[in-house]
Design a protein around this ligand. Structure first.
Ligand code: ATP
Ligand code: MG
Length: 547
């Protein structure tokens, strides 16, 4: 079921290209810039590229688009590799754009020799002003007519480090009157005296994305270069670079709609801001839409892949509801993880007619929807913890949980009835005194009378203390696709912490182990902060789904 290909326009293009013999083997690539951690939007692109190649027995390259030294770092390179692997994909080659700097330089020289590129002394601001607009043609640079010899010499001197940052750029000589502004002599190279994570101080000129990217694709023999819609207007330039640089291979660029999700910002730049400003605890904070954050929260690669398949690829932008992502993790975990009991906000219950010092073991199913998961034994004794929210002194109508005089079932155990309340000096209820009815044992076939409420509990004598981290949306505004100042929309209540207890069976839970806690939802053992002495559970998702 997992690998059934979903039809989409990109797949149709590939099918056609193969049929017409335009390509023999397809090569796709995932080309992140190592300037941050990957997010769920990148996952969509990864899954798309790898699965298209897999289906047609092609290859997928993982290529670091590292042409901007100021923002890139090996920490990001490592995290990206880890995330792609974790999602379940093996790249057919690991590449760095920076390994092609010499070749790119040589291709720029080809352009200059053919009169297709020139050194320009205009400042960035002047270039911007002279570019024109949609209604106005651009103005030609006063440096546009430099001779080939002069341009070759200046480009060489740029490389040698003779000029300061910003003093000169290399520009393509295309058409200042083009209706496509991208074609109005775009900048191909800029000067940046900055150390690069891979090439160190070897270079002080760096290629611009729109020059570098098509060359990278062509050098690697990529056939289908898939990117997001905002690059659509750059396609003519992409083709121009490949053609004018006389590349042997001719990759083609195709655009699809980027993934946006409600209540989520999805750009490495913004996510980095959240990290740098301490809004979250790091790139892998479970509130982050990063792959590492989702993993730490408890998302599985299977769920993310299923989600990506379901949303498919489109040619028009849209915003996907977070509930849909949540739906897929519930579906993935439903039959896989054990169901146990945890009390997040404990209230002690003393069962006054239960023998002191007695502990009995009760049988409980591990997953009623999956019998193969078997049963377990849970202890029961004179004192148990229940949820504070499962008791009220003054019940509203239709309240079926515990209140004075009412009887409920303790799941997998007995009926108990509340007789007495113990309060502290502030009037807060701190303990309940109940009685149990031995006849009502779960599984005994008791039919004498019925109760309307079943509540969960944990035996106090063997309860294991645990911390529970309950997450809400990090961003309050549903639609964060615009550039609105998202820092004004941070949810101050995105993290709630509760201290309670879990069953003794899961004392030995390991990082990333997952459970369904009765009525509370799915939880993951936090890989960073959970220890044997203090278990920490991240809530992945609650049980209810309105999707
Ligand atoms: P960001 O603004 O988040 O840094 P980006 O596009 O600049 O995104 P890159 O590292 O350049 O990030 O992206 C690598 C690949 O991932 C690109 O091919 C890009 O099209 C794709 N990608 C990035 N964000 C999304 C998204 N939200 N949905 C789908 N694909 C995406
Ligand atoms: Mg980018």
């Amino acid at each position: 079921m997992e690998n059934k290909p979903t039809s989409n326009f990109l797949r149709n293009i590939i099918l056609e290209d193969l049929k017409l013999g335009k390509v023999d083997h397809i090569i796709t690539r995932f080309p992140p810039e190592p300037n941050g951690y990957l997010h769920i939007g990148h996952a969509k692109s990864i899954i798309l590229n790898f699965e298209l190649a897999d289906e047609f027995k092609g290859k997928t390259h993982l290529r670091f688009d590292d042409t901007n030294p100021a923002k890139e770092d090996t920490e990001y390179v490592e995290s990206i590799k880890e995330d792609v692997s974790w999602l379940g994909y093996e790249w057919d080659g690991l590449f760095f754009a920076s390994d092609y700097f010499e070749e790119m330089y040589n291709r720029a020289v080809v352009l200059i020799k053919n009169g297709k590129a020139y050194a320009c002394d205009s400042t960035a601001e002047e270039i911007r002003q002279m570019r024109g607009s949609l209604t106005e043609v651009g103005q030609r640079s006063p440096y546009r007519d430099r001779s080939v010899e002069e341009n070759l010499a200046l480009f060489e001197r740029m490389r040698q480090g003779e000029f300061k940052d910003g003093a000169k750029v290399l520009r393509a000589k295309i058409d200042m009157a083009s209706p496509n502004i991208n074609m109005r002599d775009p900048v191909l190279y800029r000067i940046a005296h900055a150390a690069h994570h891979n090439t160190g101080d070897k270079w002080c000129i760096y290629p611009m994305y729109s020059f570098a990217h098509p060359l990278e694709d062509a050098i690697e023999g990529v056939t289908h270069s898939i990117c997001t819609l905002e690059f659509e207007d750059q396609r003519p330039l992409y083709d121009w670079v490949i053609r004018e640089c006389e590349m042997e291979n001719t990759p083609h660029q195709y655009e699809f709609a980027r993934l946006n999700i409600t209540n989520t910002v999805m750009s490495k730049r913004k996510l980095k801001q959240l990290v740098d400003e301490g809004v979250v605890d790091g790139w892998d904070d479970p509130r982050m839409p990063t792959i590492s954050g989702l993993r730490r929260k408890g998302y599985t690669a299977e769920a993310i892949r299923a989600f990506a398949r379901e949303i498919g690829v489109a040619k028009a932008d849209s915003v996907i509801d977070t509930k849909m992502l949540e739906h897929f993790i519930r579906e993935d975990l439903k039959l896989k993880v054990p169901r146990t009991m945890a009390v997040l906000k404990p209230l002690k219950v003393v069962i006054t007619n239960y023998p002191e010092n007695q502990v009995e073991m009760l049988e409980a199913e591990n997953n009623p929807e999956n019998q193969e998961m078997g049963t377990r034994q849970i202890p029961f004794s004179r004192e148990v913890y229940i949820e504070q929210d499962d008791f009220t002194e003054n019940p509203p109508p239709k309240y079926h949980r515990l209140f004075p005089g009412n009887e409920v079932r303790l799941k997998n155990a007995y009926f108990i009835k509340c007789n007495d309340i113990v309060k502290d000096e502030t009037g807060k209820v701190i303990e309940l005194h109940c009685t149990y009815d031995i006849e009502t044992k779960s599984g005994s076939g008791f039919t004498g009378r019925k109760v309307k409420g079943t509540i969960h509990w944990v035996d106090a004598s063997q309860a294991v203390p645990a911390e529970f981290r309950l997450y809400e949306a990090l961003i309050l505004d549903e639609d964060m696709t615009d550039e609105a100042s998202f820092l004004d929309h941070i949810n101050p209540q995105s993290l709630g912490i509760a201290h309670g207890f879990v069953e003794p069976n899961i004392k030995v839970a390991k990082p990333q182990d997952k459970f369904q806690f009765f009525r509370h939802g799915y939880f993951n053992v936090d890989p960073l902060n959970s220890t044997n002495d203090q278990l920490v559970f991240n809530r992945i998702v609650s049980l209810k789904s309105s999707f």
